[in-house]
Design a protein around this ligand. Sequence first.
Ligand code: WTA
Length: 622
Amino acid sequence: MSATNYDLKKILEHWDNEAKNFQWHRSHQTTLEGDFTGDVKIKWFKEAQTNITLNAVDRHAKTTPQKTAIIFEANHPDTPAQEISYLELSTAVNRMASVYKNLGIKKGDVICFYMGMTPELVIGVLAAARIGAIHSVVFGGFSAQSLAGRIEDSGAVCLVTNDGAYRGEKIINLKDICDEALKNCPTIQNVIVHTHTKNAHQMLSGRDHYLHELLKNSDPQFPFEIMNAEDPLFILYTSGSTGKPKGLLHTTAGYMVHAAYSFREVFDFKENDIFWCTADLGWITGHTYTTYGPLLNGGTTLIFEGIPTFPNGERFWQVIEKHKVTHFYTAPTAIRSLEALGDELPQKYKMGSLKVLGSVGEPINEEAWEWFHLNVGKGNCPIVDTWWQTETGGIMISTLANKTECVPSFATYPLQGITPILVDNTGDELKESVNEGNLCIKYPWPSMARSIWGDHERFIQTYFTTYKGCYFTGDGAKRDQLNRYRITGRVDDVINVSGHRFGTAEIEDAIDEHHDVVESAVIGYPHPIKGQGIYAFVICHHKRSDTEVLEKEIRDMVTKVIGPIAKPDLIQFVDALPKTRSGKIMRRILRKIGENELGSLGDTSTLLDPDVVNRIIKGKKN
Ligand code: WTA
């Protein structure tokens, strides 16, 4: 049988069965409505009603009230860890839900979170879901300008933040950044401030409230809002090839079903296991596998506020030993950077509790895979290489721990109910084994994003028009003779730096805001630790001799517009860019230069000025 001979009837049966694992206020009649043609209005379990906190919190608070739901490991190793039982979590979520209601926030309102990885973030997000408000978490490393853009786009009415967040030696003054952002955000009526680092900050009377003050008037038992299956659960912004970051919209029932199912199935998670996903809640991995997946399964999830290198490069291993972590899920960048510190470090710790390791966010190279397997898993733990996206909501292609075989750098097989196909550049499906194809998904799946917030047309254009009738992921993949998938990376203008997504155009726009810059072109190039580094080719109005100062100014500009995580690694000043006669930048050529593949630049004769390529190569930075 062909690798992609999918049986939709069986797929729907599978999802129907999975839906039986939850408590519903009302059950569904229709499993799936809609497909990837026309206006792409997808509905899963459409008549169903529930609330995700009923399933992630309430039911466990009843059956296993004393069980630990969240272990909080603070930034500093000397700060005692905090354990929050399901009963305590339930009380905290109820109280927070009532705080929102007391501020007049209601179902359908958007609450934005700009916080460090503290339990209050997880509680705040769950409480939003409890009252039917839509959570929009913005990663605490984004700049004031980025935060403002996301608040403006989402129309959020409330912003929740910490006074500050610890990041290793540093304190990030989150409240100050919020104040800066809020100069341009008229929709925000209330700011809730959780006191954490106790750094100096301002409070604006009438708008800003301390969480501890609000909690004095809160209710430990607050009924959840009954949500329809397709009511929005959250928005999460992510970058694409073009334009501003887009707010992907996820809805209630389908997301819940796939988050719980994929967590259980991929990680082979058992009752007393302790799951540590290192992803911040600002990313989709933090939503699905730090928060919802483990809690929906009644598991224990560890959240960590700090960074892997504070106070030293042993911190991850120390935390695994200290909390007897059984499942450790992280990104290849983290693995590679810790590998670079030496094999001795993980060997100093007892990590026998580990049962399963996981990798996510970018392709994992074989060397990092082997190092992770031997030095962290001691050769005993399966590594699940999980491929998925903000858009997919949950894991799509992955090894299943203890069920299917791990192959270094292969995500291997799709999860049951998921239907990947590979197509060529004209959209024809490639059958059998394929060396390079464009990865698409043939049928809808429950946790897929339903829309781009406020712009459904862009949703259709971005994902469903490149290859008619299917969802295009933007990734390339190969499929071997055993039908196993290996993801090779993005085939569009998205770059993946340390597992973080950026559109090249987004970084170019930021660079172009510098008053000396005429134009720029950004590409990703292979980077030994980050996977991809950011290489910017920049044209300036006039030559400046202080190029180092200018480079710093450009990096500062990107930090201001997007955040420090998008700063270019390499900046090369050029007098022109390789453009076609119609004025289009030929990025393919720049990419080849960045990859050092100078022998395969391809045809440059169609360029307006073919010699520009030689001049760029002469000044090459890597
Ligand atoms: C990449 C993160 C190879 C891919 C969950 C995708 C991966 C993008 C893998 C989504 C993997 C994610 N192997 N590449 N196991 N997992 N990617 O939206 O390019 O932040 O399109 O979601 O990361 O990034 P996002």
